[in-house]
Structure formats: C-alpha cells, structure tokens
Design a protein. Structure first.
Lengths: 440, 110
C-alpha cells in the first residue's frame, strides 16, 4: 500500500516540485520576497518607539522627543515597507533579465515605468497618492514587471530595435536600441491603464486584488491554513524542501505583514495571522512539522544509534532547523512516521495561527531573525501568550510522537540486528580513497 | 580547494560544513589552509560557482539537480549529493571523503 502511494507521489510530486523550482518567473518572485526581508525587519522596528510614551508616560523628555519626531522615526517605514511594490518591481525585473541574459538596466527601467503606469494616481489637491505602491500594489507589481521584461524580450527576438553602426560606442547604441522597445512597452501599459479606468472604472491594481481575492483571502481561513501546513509536511515527507511553495505563499504572507504594520501604525486591529514571523516561530516551531517530540524521544532512547540521532538533532531543532532529524531518524519516506509528521505535524504547526485567529494571542507585526525557539515567538508579537502557545506545541509534539516512536524503536532494533552496515562509498570509489591516503 | 555546500536556506548545510571543517582540522594529512568552505542557499549558487572545486548538495534539494547542472557544467565542477542517512548524522568525514573522490575523478577525466 505504502509503496504504491510512494511511487505515485514520487512520480508526480517530484517532477512538479522540480518544474516549479525551474520556472524562472516563480523563482524571480520568490527571490524578490527574500530580498524584501531587511526592509520588513527595519520597517517593523519603526513601530517600537511610538509605544514607549505609552509605557513610561508622555511628560518626560524621551517621550516628548519621540512624539515630536515621529516623522523621522517612521521615515524608514514610509519609504521602505510602505512602498514595497516599487522595490519588488525592480528586483523581479533584475532577476528575470539576469536569467534571460538581457540588458539589466533597460529591463529594470521598463519594469518600473510599466508598474508606475498602472499604479500611479494623484491625490485630490495634488501630490502622489502612494496607495498602490504598498502591499495593495504587490500583485500589480509582479504582473507589470514580468510582462514588461517579457515584452522587452519579445521585441528583441523580433528585432524591433534600431541598429547603430559598429563604430558607435556600446552604451550609446544600447540606449538607441531601447527606443522602439520603450514605445511598445509603455504603449501597452498605457492602454491597460486607460482600459481599466474607462471600461472597468477602477485602478488596475484593484483588478488583481479582486481576481486573487479568493486565493489571498483563503489564507485568513484557519482550515486553509492547516491544509497548507499539512501540504508542506507532505512535501518534506517526500524529501522535497517546502520552499518550493514560497513563490505563491510568500507574497501573500509578506503583504499581510505590511498590512498588519500599517494597521498598527493607525492604531487599528491587526487583520491577519498569516505573516512571515509567526510562520517561522509557530508554523515551523523546532522545524517544519514540529518534530521536537521525536528528537526528545530519540534522546531518551536506549538504542545507541537513535540516541545519537537525537543528540545531533537537538541544537538545530532549538533554532527551528530539523533536517538532521528528518533525514537522520529518518522521517522522510518512513511509513511509521507519516501520521505524526504530516497529519499531527500540520495540526500542531497551526496552533499559533489558531491562537491568533481566535484572539488568544496577539497577531504579529514583527519579523524577528532566527534567534531560537520561544524567544523568536515572543519577538513576533511581544505577547507572553506566545510562550504558552510554543510550550503547548512542544508538549503536544512530545505526546503525539511517543506511540509512533515506540513502534519504530522496536522495529529499528530488530532491523539493526540483521542489517550489515553498508558504506555509501562504492567499491570502485574506495580504491580511489586508498590512493588519497586519508586518516579519517 | 573550495568546497561549496548548498541546501534550501543554507542553514542545515552550515552544520554539515562545520563537521567537514572539523574533519579537516583533526586530520594530520590534510592541511587546513588548503581548504575553504562556504554554505549557501541553492538560489545563490550562480554567484558562488566561480573557483568552486566541488559542490556538495543536500538531499532535500536533490530534485533540483536539473536546475543546478546547467550552472556547474560549464565549469566542469564535480558534485556530491549527500545521501539522507549521512546528512541526518551530519557525518562530515564521509562527505569529505566523497568530495575528495569526486574531485579526484574530475581531475583524472581531464
């Protein structure tokens, strides 16, 4: 039964994961989200000073200074995180141009102008309205950037460029080459804007928001979230790193974080639980699928090999890394561990999201760096409940893994007795190894 | 010899890298100064591929070989995919052996 399931999954899941990883647009989107991380971390830190007057009173000099200088304090947020779509446009264009080996400055400027063409609007009374430069314009930014670079590539392949004589310096001829391309790209986005405004009576970014609303909104739903967590565990169960999903999930969680921060700045209730900080601190507590329980029982095992696996895996687990236990125990492709890892791992990994959804724990506005379990959770929302939730996850994980570990430990002991140790180094290679004359 | 290790985020291979470094350090026959190690997320491979002598790939990204090969093949860089068992044990000595064998094979093929 399991073998049939396994071969079915490796036949379809692995090629799919592989395709997603190789897909250059998805990969560019993923990289752009990773590149945003510093802006997000610094941006959310900007919220901290304003909270200080609430804690120490408003009449002392520190509070007065903070309240008088909020403009400066919020500067990194206002020009960074609050304008994230602009950065995303440029970064996606860079990565796409890089993989197409296409003119990078040209691609970036085409992407930016295309994006601004559909996201720019003026305020009543003058000035630029930045509404769609933030998280609300994120999907429009991806669309504009990808389409602009693709149009650029298409124009090049169809030779819609101006050829300059050989004697003209390269950088000069390049800017002339850009003229027909610019006309086509800019013209296309101008038409998009005019059609959206006059036919649909709406700004282009709102069309993406509406189209993608079911997908994006589903991540506010606890059941959809639990499904996502189980899917990630399922991928890892087959030895595929769940980061293959991140081109789809990370734009959503990143824009949710930005919306939470914007809400916090205005003193409103935070809308979303699915944000990057808690994903790491609660969703992947001690590693994807909350595998701490297995590490715990391995450590206590009388079997020497399993105990050793536990020892190797303990410290990384405390920093949210569980590859050693995944491949060491192993959990990967081990039928005994399918239920505790994929089903219960998905459920226990959802504790944080559920606690936030039902108002037991504060939602998050920070994205802390990897600082180790418990502290990381606390730093996402500065709420003591996060420590309780993490502790509940740890206890649940230990309880759930116990019966499965005992079954496995027993089988492991039996197999060990009649298994001869096979080296991973083949005989042919072993001969080479003798040549190398090593002492380890 | 420059050894590049890659996995999804660069975190778990850092552990493997430390184990490999310790192996080299404790070995009387290998000179520590001859080796340099770096652990990176596979997405950054393109920028670290130059001067790389052998590439070590974590099992969780073994499915990405199709993505990796076009990057390393122009430089004729040999690679080792660490098996799950060795990776779980973070057995740097075995991986070091595999890496040296892979390099030696590439040198002999030249």
């Amino acid at each position: 039964m399991f073998n049939a399931f396994e071969s079915f999954m490796t036949k379809y899941l692995t090629p799919l994961a592989n395709k997603m990883d190789k897909q250059i647009h998805l990969s560019a989107v993923k990289k752009s989200m990773v590149a945003l991380t510093p802006l997000l971390i610094v941006g959310s830190f900007c919220l901290i000073p304003e909270a200080i007057p609430n804690m120490i009173g408003e009449s002392n000099p520190i509070s007065v200074w903070i309240l008088n200088n909020l403009d400066i304090i919020y500067m990194p947020y206002n020009v960074g995180m609050a304008l994230m779509s602009v950065y995303v446009t440029a970064i996606i264009a860079y990565h796409l141009a890089n993989s197409y080996k296409q003119d990078i400055p040209g691609s970036i400027s085409m992407a930016l102008i295309s994006y601004l063409m559909i996201a720019y609007q003026t305020k009543e009374g003058g000035g630029i309205d930045t509404t769609f430069f933030g998280p609300k314009g994120l999907f429009a930014a991806m669309f504009a950037s990808i389409i602009a670079v693709e149009l650029f590539r298409w124009c090049k392949s169809k030779n819609f460029t101006i050829k300059m004589p050989e004697s003209v310096p390269d950088f000069v001829s390049r800017s002339f080459e850009m003229i027909p391309i610019s006309v086509i790209v800019i013209g296309f986005f101008l038409i998009v804007r005019v059609v959206c405004l006059n036919v649909f009576n709406t700004m282009p970014p709102l069309i993406f928001t509406n189209l993608l609303a079911p997908l994006v909104g589903s991540m506010d739903n606890p059941l959809a979230y639990i499904f996502l967590r189980m899917l990630q565990c399922l991928l890892f169960f087959f030895g595929i790193h769940p980061s293959v999903l991140s081109p789809i999930t990370s734009p959503i969680s990143t824009s949710f974080l930005a919306e939470n921060v914007a809400a916090a700045q205005q003193g409103l209730a935070l809308p979303h639980f699915y944000t990057p900080g808690p994903e790491s601190a609660f969703g992947n507590f001690t590693g994807t699928g909350v595998t701490f329980g297995l590490v715990f029982w391995c450590l206590l095992s009388k079997n020497k090999a399993l105990k050793q696996v536990g020892r190797v895996a303990l410290i990384p687990a405390l920093f949210g890394i569980n590859e050693p236990i995944l491949f060491g125990a192993p959990i990967v492709l081990n039928p005994v561990f399918f239920i505790p890892y994929v089903i219960f791992g998905g459920l226990i990994g959802s504790f944080g999201a559920l606690a936030m959804h039902f108002g037991i724990m504060e939602k998050a506005i920070y994205q802390p760096p990897y600082v180790g379990v418990f502290l990381e959770g606390y730093l996402t929302n500065l709420d003591y409940m996060s420590i309780v939730v993490n502790a509940a996850q740890m206890i649940a994980s230990i309880l759930v893994w116990y019966p499965f570990f005992k079954i496995y430990e027993k089988r492991y002991g039996q197999n060990e007795a009649n298994k001869e140790t096979k080296s991973v180094i083949s005989d042919e290679d072993a001969a080479l190894l003798d040549d190398l004359d090593l002492d380890f | 010899m420059k050894v590049v290790l890659c996995c999804a985020g660069g975190f778990s291979t850092t552990m493997l890298m430390d184990s490999m470094k310790a192996t080299v350090k404790n070995s009387a026959k290998l000179n520590e100064a001859d080796f340099s190690f770096i652990a990176i997320p596979v997405d950054l491979l393109q920028s670290e591929v130059e001067n790389c002598d052998v590439l070590v790939i974590g099992p969780q990204i073994a499915h990405k070989l199709d993505y990796i090969k076009p990057i390393i093949d122009p430089y004729k860089i040999p690679y080792v995919i660490v098996d799950q068992d060795t990776y779980g044990k973070m057995d740097g000595a075995t991986v070091m052996k595999q890496a040296l064998i892979a390099r030696r094979k590439a040198d002999m093929a030249k």
